[in-house]
Write a protein that binds this ligand. Structure first.
Ligand code: PLP
Length: 225
């Protein structure tokens, strides 16, 4: 591992972020040594995609890391993540909310979640449709339905395309949806302020649309193997 190159890439990414935008360093497939090297440069928020990988890595790393789970989560894998995750980004079903709430309650903690919205023109990407979220909000207060979850905002992934205008519109739509839902009585007690959007390939568009949390892997660690 080239620590000088890592430090340089990390500094370059951080320099692009306005104050108040949180950087989640996406460490999926990276070794414990690579993560520790970035930790030593001051990074504390890391994001992982695979439940077992996160479960196996987190005991080997410093306990003051905030672990973000950013991948697709199946209900039978929630138990690997819910006991210690700082924030679960990709929540895309009511069933998953029920399971996350149950597991958080079992460990006596409040678990932060972001609702994932399907904003891309791609079948492979997950998430609620905006209409489904409006429907979810009609079922009563989230605080009462899922007392061990804290709804912190929305997450979305834009279409993987060179059309920057399209990417910007997709992120803009996510920002508008967050503002709309935050007014809903169902979310009145929630700190529904976060917009997790932006990766290495679409960072400028995400920041322009009002991202509060970016998930960056390649631009910090280099290409994944
Ligand atoms: C891998 C991944 C990222 C980071 O992607 P890079 O292009 O490496 O920055 C961000 N978000 C999610 C959900 C991912 O799976």
């Amino acid at each position: 591992m080239d620590k000088a190159a890592l430090a340089e890439r990390y500094a370059r990414v951080k320099a692009q972020l306005p104050p108040g935008v949180e950087l989640v360093a996406v460490s999926k497939t990276r070794t414990v040594e690579e993560i520790k090297a970035l930790y030593d440069l001051g990074q504390r928020a890391f994001g992982e995609n695979y439940p077992q990988e996160l479960r196996d890595k987190h005991p080997l790393l410093p306990s003051d890391i905030d672990w973000h789970f950013i991948g697709t989560l199946q209900t039978n894998k929630v138990k690997y993540v819910a006991p210690f995750a700082h924030l679960v980004h990709g929540v895309d079903s009511k069933r998953l909310l029920d399971e996350l709430n149950k597991r958080a309650a079992a460990t006596g903690r409040q678990l932060g979640v972001l609702l994932q919205v399907h904003i891309a023109q791609e079948e492979t990407k997950h998430g609620f449709l905006p209409a489904e979220l409006r429907e979810l909000c009609s079922g009563g207060r989230f605080r009462q339905r899922w007392p061990n979850l804290v709804f912190r905002g929305l997450m979305g992934m834009a279409t993987n395309t060179d059309d920057h205008g399209q990417v910007g519109r997709e992120f803009g739509g996510l920002a508008a949806l967050r503002a709309e839902l935050a007014q809903n009585a169902a979310l009145a007690e929630e700190p529904f302020t976060e917009l997790s959007m932006g990766m290495s390939g679409d960072l400028p568009e995400a920041l322009a649309a009002g991202s509060t949390m970016v998930r960056i892997g390649t631009a910090i660690f280099g290409e994944r193997h």
